[in-house]
Write a protein that binds this ligand. Structure first.
Ligand SMILES: Nc1ncnc2c1ncn2[C@@H]1O[C@H](COP(=O)(O)OP(=O)(O)O)[C@@H](O)[C@H]1O
Ligand SMILES: Cc1cn([C@H]2C[C@H](O)[C@@H](COP(=O)(O)O)O2)c(=O)[nH]c1=O
Length: 225
């Protein structure tokens, strides 16, 4: 039976890589699929993984109608067995409902991939609807890590390495650049450090200097009372 599956994880947790792997495995068995994405970092109408793979995909805009896309292709005699939908957090709730209908009424599998929450830890509209409508929700197996070593569960937006909480919900960006000056970037954090707004850079700045640590090490232990 066809299914709507949602693969969710923080930024940099391997979602696009998994999307491309699933596409490869299904295509290798002779199934016909369509690839969709929205606002990919590598440019319009591309689905790219940080591991280096990048393939053409259809860009999803607010005008995209998934139901119409699949019906139109099938009317032209082309098979559509599955849809790969990356960056699904940016889709509208209506588009997610169209995907559910494609599964239920047209029997095509839909595999959607996306981050659950934005830089303020609020659900994206597409992800919220996917959590509500998916047959299956899976959290990515490869854990992205916070600077403290704990599992990263949240996405922080940074300017010059400092976490910000004001701004538009959608700002395309990446996690692995130096983010100097007023450049916008992202960093994945555990909940504790997201709540405290402590990024790698601010934590480093707040850490006692080696000199201070040396002084602390030399100071006598407080006497037991
Ligand atoms: N140089 C590298 N060597 C090995 N693995 C890498 C390298 N760079 C990135 N990765 C892996 O790729 C993952 C990010 O994959 P990607 O599919 O682009 O993530 P997402 O779509 O979730 O943002 C990282 O979590 C890491 O496991
Ligand atoms: C947290 C957050 C992220 N984004 C953007 C930044 C990236 O372009 C994508 C996520 O891509 P990835 O493949 O999962 O790394 O989303 C955003 O626009 N707003 C946010 O709050």
């Amino acid at each position: 039976m066809a299914e709507l599956a949602f693969f969710s994880g923080t930024m940099d947790s391997g979602k696009s890589t998994l999307a491309l792997q699933m596409h490869h495995n299904h295509a290798a068995r002779g199934r016909d699929g369509l690839l969709f994405t929205s606002h990919d970092r590598s440019g319009e109408a591309r689905l790219s993984s940080r591991l280096g793979l990048s393939v053409p995909a259809q860009e999803v805009t607010p005008a995209t109608d998934f139901w119409a896309e699949v019906v139109e292709r099938r009317t032209r005699g082309r098979a559509v067995d599955y849809l790969i939908c990356d960056e699904a957090q940016f889709y509208t709730a209506e588009q997610v409902d169209q995907l559910a209908r494609v599964v239920d009424d047209l029997g095509a599998d839909v595999f959607a991939f996306g981050i659950a929450t934005d830089f303020r830890a609020r659900l994206f509209p597409g992800s919220a609807r996917l959590f509500a409508m998916a047959d299956r929700v899976e959290v990515l197996q490869v854990q992205a890590l916070c600077w403290c070593g704990a599992r990263a569960t949240h996405n922080a937006r940074t300017v010059g390495g400092v976490m910000v909480v004001e701004g538009e919900q959608v700002v395309v960006g990446d996690v692995d650049t130096a983010h100097e000056g007023d450049e916008v970037g992202y960093e994945v954090l555990c909940r504790r450090h997201h709540v405290r707004r402590q990024t790698a850079r601010t934590a480093q700045a707040a850490a006692p200097s080696p000199q201070t640590l040396g002084l602390l090490a030399e100071s006598p232990e407080p006497e037991a009372v």
